[in-house]
Design a protein. Sequence first.
Length: 426
Amino acid sequence: MEQLDGGGGTTAHVGRQPIYDRDGAVVAYELLFRAGTDALSAARMDDHATARVLVAAFTEFGLEELTGGKVCFLNVTKSFLTGMLPLPFDYSQAVLEVLASVEVDEQLVAGLTVLSERGFTLAIDHFVCGGPREVLLPLVSYVKVDMLAADEAGVRACVELCRRYPHLQLVAVRLESAESLRLAFELGFDLFQGHILGRPHVGTTAALAPGRLARLRLLAALAADDVDLDEVVALVGQDAGLSMRVLRATNAATFGLNRTVTSVREAIVAMGLNRLRQWVTLMLVSDLTTADHEQLARILVRARLCQLLVDSSEFPGAEGQGDAAYLGGLLSAVADHFAVPVEEIVDGLPLGPELGGALRAGEGPLGAILCAARAYTDPDPDNDHGEPGAIVAAYLSALRWTNGVLGELSQEIPDRAEERLDALAG
């Protein structure tokens, strides 16, 4: 699902296969675990695979980008269906698909009952008649029938049984021949999925994975009896990858959100501490890699530098916008880290118009700060920054702050950052 990209970040992959109605229109997509861009099938179907799909779909790609607003089917394991692992998104955003490998027992039935009562839409994958999964039919809305492996008599029996439940929609899957597609139409299936109609397309996006230790510290802070919001905001803000995911997850966490955010604090408040706790838990399950400290240090220095410059006389009009400046610096640094236009990073994030304009076009006092900080932190040693004295002092402070943050997280200060700090101080 995730690969190192060679620049301290990762690459996230999600397989997406279309589902068609009887008129041939795409009405839904099933999102699938993929280990890489050339993977034709899932290499694993466990809790980790499910977690990676959820984290990538909601917090790295953005669900709207993947599905275009259409229905989204997600394969989930028993741990998610029974509440052992969290589902930190709104019930209306996805159909939860019970994998064929999931054992039916009292725990599963109880878990699906709770999810159904909460409003989640459920589906059964690879349903066959006469098995233990018949007990699930009253709880689900979709039944997927395998058209490749089953014989015609078995398929007809499944259709006859399911039609006793008027609320069910039948989905013919693994359609790989014209004959199986014809049979599915003849038997009155509602939806159709298979290679003859559309193979899974693997989407890829850059993802800066949060450091595992930072997430553990954040989870501990969120588990406290009296949660310190300032501490939570600080821990999220100190990790660029986690900040990006929190911003994207804000849309997933607050269904019908009609507001924008200008800081990590506002994103956390909009999401709510309980939902944030669920996402962090899911990320702990999903991630296998950590961000490179040197890369992370450059991003944090840029963000902190922007935050410090709002009170400088060199940039009038930005007073009191420290949090927005920090977020803007972080996002612009992430864009530079992946060598992509900043629009590719910020599009889909719930940013206010002032911060959005500053990032995209350098508009306003925040835009001036972002441009100055970006120019000064340009890694090209031949670039004549022409910086005013205020930036030099703020940069030294930002470097010290970043070294302290990274030192707390890992007891390890990046050597190159320390060397540059000593050189500037001397």
